[in-house]
Design a protein around this ligand. Sequence first.
Ligand SMILES: *Cc1c(COP(=O)(O)O)cnc(C)c1O
Length: 504
Amino acid sequence: MHEVPRLIDIPQKINASGSLGVVEASTLTGFDARRLYYLYDIEGNATRGAHAHKALRQFMICLNGSVTVHLRGADGSFTFDLTDRTKGILIPPGYWRDLNDFAPGTVVAVLASEEYDEGDYIRDPAAFDAWLEERERVGGVPYIAMARCHDEMGFDITRTVAQVVRDGSLIGGPHVTNFEKEFAAYCDAVHCVGCGNGLDALVLIMKALEIGAGDEVIVPANSFIASALAVEAVGATSVFVDCVAATGSLDIAQLEAVITPRTKAVMPVHLYGIPVDMVTLNALAQRHNLYVIEDAAQAHGARVGNQRIGGLSTASGFSFYPTKNLGALGDGGAVVTNDPALAEKIRLLGNYGAKVKYHHDIKGTNTRLDPVQAAVLSLKLKKLDAWNERRRALADIYFQGLNHVAGIALPQMPQGMEAVWHVFPVLVANGKRDDLQEFLKSKHIGTNIHYPIPIHKQKAYATGGSFPEAERVSAETLSLPLDPYHTENEIRFVCAAIREWAGS
Ligand SMILES: *Cc1c(COP(=O)(O)O)cnc(C)c1O
């Protein structure tokens, strides 16, 4: 479904001495107007238009007289009678337009998003039909479709960034405070403290809990290396635990076997956006008097029962790396917790240990969420639920399309959880993962591997130990394209390619 043409009311300022119609490009049309043109002195029986644009957006107003506007595109045909200068038509790209039935003296004005570019025109109806068909044809699928998101949101993002620059507070300030409030509420939690990135969020939690030399933290072997690096960053030791292949997350049943008197915390990672069973994990941690520190970098919005990830443990660390479910325009991170004292300490630690400038209560560091990122995150947060819903709908296409394909195991959703599918991983049996990845590449389908080497086998760690499921997952896992901006047809195209590869 593409954007469709629509009629928009133009605010009028009516005054005894005359009236004023005002089109604020930013709020009314959603695009920056770069060009104005107008039609006048038109013959009553003339047809004007008779072309389409590939990328140009337009806003059409009839300033005098009347005109009938016919629009035809991928989502159908639309007819508007413009008889009233208090309304305008927003015409998205990809619509053939014919204008006719001009009343005598008609004047039609058009705001356009770009200056003249002949390459953007399609002037032949048959060529337009061919262009529409080509646009819908799936010839490949990128692993992620972030460019499409930024195409759609580009104008709002530019406006938001410009607003922060105009406001002028470039460290801290209202944009950061607002986002922290919004994100805490979104996570069904009380406090959120922004920081520089997801790794720093985890490090700040460890520091605030005074985990350090001689302490152990239990970390899943199957995760991104940041989960473990946060532990070593404060001088403590990562103790690895194996995973359950069906979800990729830590195997809670194996936790008790690795708890020692030195164990201070356990770090569940909601890998791929599938929530870990926090009820069971918290009960176990409580029995052993352990902190629970969630690595929630892949799970913005995921739910355990009715509650979102974020406030379900001692504290959780989020990343706003651009490709995460909620991503900034660069690095960003946050700690979410219900503990006010912990939140306060983390805020101090990340800001040179100072609450009041130049008054340093503790030895802190510098890791802050900057206001440009915070403002963009507030903008994107409004869309996060819809994006996650879309991810689930596309995941369902995989669940249906890849059910019972020989040699392909799908992830299994635990009961009572709501995943947000940061990644959609499948396990490819019999040593054929790389073969499938190559086959999909030949069809221009992008894939990824999360992760090719478990942490305990990384050169940086190489701690030894045997975690057979984590090792198997790293050898078999393949992440398929899944992004809110993929189309259903693209996901079906991936399913068909995998079925073709499997011969089923
Ligand atoms: C992305 C990620 C991180 C680290 O986030 P950064 O913002 O890149 O520091 C940590 N853990 C997991 C599981 C991640 O996916």
